[in-house]
Design a protein around this ligand. Sequence first.
Ligand code: 2BA
Length: 111
Amino acid sequence: MKLVIAVVQRQDAGELLEALTSHGHRVTRISSEGGFLREGNVTLLIAIQDHETDPVLKDIREHCYTRTRYVSPLPPVAESGEFYPPAPIEVQVGGATVFVLKAAGIERLLA
Ligand code: 2BA
């Protein structure tokens, strides 16, 4: 059994969730934030059998796109007091960051 943790861009999350659930997977969607861009993204938890790993990764590949973002670094402190805005840095985000972990099992605790 595996636990797939997929960090995806918010724009891709809806279609990916639909694809995964339509293929019979149970998914938990968590709103998250990237530490670098400090922008909202989505983390999906998907517990699956080992043989489902490749099809799940295929769904993620098919629905998560690479996008270019520009980040403005903080301006350096100018000694003369003049302001020189630094050039934005280009950053490629996605398709997705995926962690595949071995899972011991799933317990559904019913009271
Ligand atoms: P962020 O941390 O906001 O990172 C967004 C994008 O910025 C990253 O895209 C990467 O291209 C770039 N980036 C991140 N840290 C950087 C750095 N120190 N210097 C230069 N560029 C940097 P992705 O690699 O596609 O990552 C997308 C999101 O996936 C990340 O958002 C974060 O939420 C998550 N993530 C990526 N790698 C991770 C890891 N090793 N552990 C936990 N979460 C991770």
